[in-house]
Ligand binder design. Sequence first.
Ligand code: SAH
Length: 236
Amino acid sequence: MRFDIVTIFPESLDGLLSVGVIGQARDAGHLRIHLHDLRDFTDDPHRIVDDRPYGGGAGMVMKVEPFVRGIEAIRGDCGPNTRTVLLSSQGRLFQQRDAMRWAALDGLILLCGRYEGIDERIIGFVDDEVSIGDYVLTGGEAAAAVVVEATARMTPGVVGKYDSVESDSFYGEDVRLGAPQYTRPPVFRGLEVPEILQSGDHARIEAYREAEAWKKTARNRPDLIGLNVEGTDTDG
Ligand code: SAH
């Protein structure tokens, strides 16, 4: 799968998206990640990407033309099954099911705003407008990294042992958290690893983990219980 990220700070994503599972998958050729400087898609000598807001008010608004030129230039290099996604505090919430669905695409083009956001006319040129949560960031780069991380690890070949994805939080039909995990030592400052996990009895361990996963969901995310994967998004 291929990711193209359009930003005024391409260097900011370099480190995070070069390490660990994502870095290995890039080296192995399972993932391609291209970081594009929005200013390369300007057509004036000063490479200007922002301007004052119509109607007045504080701050600057990002111009629509460089983003649209960027999308058009990048699309020429991408497979037919590519979506363009705007990272936005005003988008619908990005969720695991989006990551699962998008992992089957040829590619994602991710647009990062800054300042007061991007001229609203960008909406006519994107397939999705998504937010990573109900808070406001200074820019879309951290949000783009979240979308790449979540989507890439659902792409075949990226996470070595697919099992470790299936037992994670939010996977599958029952939207619940993953079970708590432990490793050695068996006792740390008087805190013991549950005896069942040390028993070697796989059927009991499975049942225990399932019960613990639901308990943790009830404690930390009661809002998830009773919800199914039919959410608020509308794209097929
Ligand atoms: N004026 C906007 C905030 C702009 S924040 C408002 O009132 O909602 C600047 C940029 O940061 C946005 O264009 C977007 O790309 C990014 N951003 C901020 N919060 C985000 C979030 N929760 N999810 C995804 N992107 C976000």
